[in-house]
Ligand binder design. Structure first.
Ligand SMILES: Cc1ncc(COP(=O)(O)O)c(C=O)c1O
Ligand SMILES: N[C@H](C=O)CCC(=O)O
Length: 445
């Protein structure tokens, strides 16, 4: 049997850090990452044959659970017809229509056009290029601790792996590129107003996660998302609303649908980005939005964007089947599992005397250790929390067969396959994890 440790060592000799995406390396929690051999429903199994209840969900896509049989069959059937054609296929329009139709409230449909790419990074990169192309301006506004993938302009003060490893930015991004990204504190409308008052004529647009979930989960304050759209539009700038992580995970209609559930006049971002769930585990993402902006894309307009594998037939098949299956009952199951799990975590931590706050945005959640007066609202507060309690908490769960995200800065993902029995098994593992968090001590300064 090959062990995780042997594979990690072998991989690290040829792949930097032994992984193809930094957070997977267990850098901030320590130890050896599990090399996954297979996954089914709510569980993953590593190369040593050990099964874990999975709370990572491939970082979001596994809404229905792993290897959902209909999705697997659809992908297999597509594969049998050919892996990639570099030409349009019928399913692209169908998946685009499915995505666009879901983002609808009170007759408002912000997605009039959609283009598929292969990753969320490409989707947000294309979105900011479109905002610049549409306005003829250079500056982009983003928020501290939010993550939009790894394109140069958006790595400044970003969440996810940069937060995990405590990096303010990435080496290799030129000073000139960084200077074109203005970073503001999340949930601070006054800061947005001030920067637009000072530099509004030069700002192409704002990009924002629909609900922040890459610095742990930090929900937008009521009115924040609508407010930034008002401010941007008053200055002739655009807004990209990044639903790569939240889209069709927190509701049938994404975070936009949750926030606008009862709105007579839903707010309307100019562009939206999607990924993760729209491929059900296959590599696909998308940028969509107002026709007037989207039609600037080549070959209709002058903003260039392309991709050899864009609209890949296997990914399109996985996406269509996933979205067709992701109906109201799926979201009820996911919401119920998330609520039951949050309750169990809260009870275990309370019983162990560990001060904490469970941050939520729909079914997404994360744990902010330490005393907090109310929900944490920005990155500074998250960084000031007792993140050092996370590693022992994480490892105590892992030792008992529960795989939480290997970073305090990542969201926890449940799926429709996380039923009551699975939640009970996690609950049984929580007291030991809570005790480990209670015993943790801060690192020496
Ligand atoms: C909100 C958000 N935007 C963009 C991305 C980038 O997507 P990808 O990893 O597919 O490039 C991610 C996650 O990685 C994300 O969470
Ligand atoms: N936080 C990231 C996506 O949402 C985690 C995925 C990755 O970068 O590996």
């Amino acid at each position: 049997m090959t062990t995780n440790a042997e594979l990690f060592e072998r991989s690290a000799r040829i792949i930097p850090g032994g992984v193809d995406s930094p957070v997977r390396a267990f850098g901030s929690v320590g130890g050896v990452p599990r090399f996954i051999a297979s996954a089914s429903g709510a569980t993953v199994t590593d190369v040593e044959g050990r099964q874990y209840i999975d709370l990572v969900g491939s970082w979001g896509p596994a809404l229905l659970g792993h290897a959902e049989p209909h999705v697997v069959a659809a992908v297999q059937e597509a594969a049998a017809r050919g892996l990639s054609f570099g030409a349009p296929i019928e399913g692209e329009a169908e998946l685009a229509e499915l995505v666009a139709a879901r983002v609808e409230r009170a007759g408002v449909r912000p997605v009039e056009r959609l283009r598929f790419v292969s990753t969320g990074t490409e989707a947000t990169m294309t979105a900011i290029r479109l905002m610049r192309g549409a306005t003829g301006r250079d500056l982009i506004v983003k928020f501290s601790g939010l993550y939009h993938g790894h394109s140069d302009s958006l790595l400044v003060d970003a969440g996810s792996g940069l937060a995990t490893f405590g990096l303010p930015a990435s080496a290799g991004v030129t000073a000139a590129t960084s200077a074109q990204t203005i970073v503001l504190p999340y949930n601070d409308l006054d800061a947005v107003r001030r920067v637009f008052d000072e530099r509004g004529d030069d700002i192409a647009g704002i990009i924002v996660e629909a609900a922040a979930a890459n610095m742990g989960v930090v929900a937008p304050l009521p009115g924040f998302n609508a407010g930034i759209i008002d401010i941007a539009h008053a200055h002739g700038a655009l807004v990209t609303y990044d639903e790569v992580l939240t889209g069709f995970r927190v509701s049938e209609c994404g975070w936009w649908g949750l926030e606008n559930a009862d709105a007579a006049e839903p707010y309307r971002p100019d562009l939206m980005t999607f990924g993760k769930v729209i491929g059900g585990g296959m590599p696909i993402a998308a940028v969509g939005g107002r026709a007037g902006v989207m039609d600037l894309l080549a070959p209709v307009g002058p903003v260039y964007q392309a991709g050899t594998l864009s609209g890949n037939p296997l990914a399109i098949a996985g996406g269509i089947t996933t979205l067709r299956l992701a109906d109201a009952t799926v979201y009820e199951r996911v919401d119920a599992a998330s609520a039951a799990l949050r309750d169990a975590i809260g009870e275990a931590l309370d019983a162990a005397g560990v001060a904490h706050r469970i941050q939520t945005a729909g079914s997404l959640f994360s744990i902010a250790f330490g005393e907090h007066d109310g929900p944490l609202t920005d990155y500074a507060q998250v960084r000031a929390s007792e993140t050092w309690r996370y590693a022992p908490f994480f490892h105590a769960l892992l030792d008992q067969g529960v795989a939480a995200p290997p970073s305090a800065y990542e969201a926890w993902f449940v799926s429709a396959a996380h039923d009551a029995e699975i939640v009970d098994r996690i609950a049984a593992a929580l007291p030991r994890a809570a005790a480990a968090a209670a015993e943790a001590r801060p690192p020496e300064a």
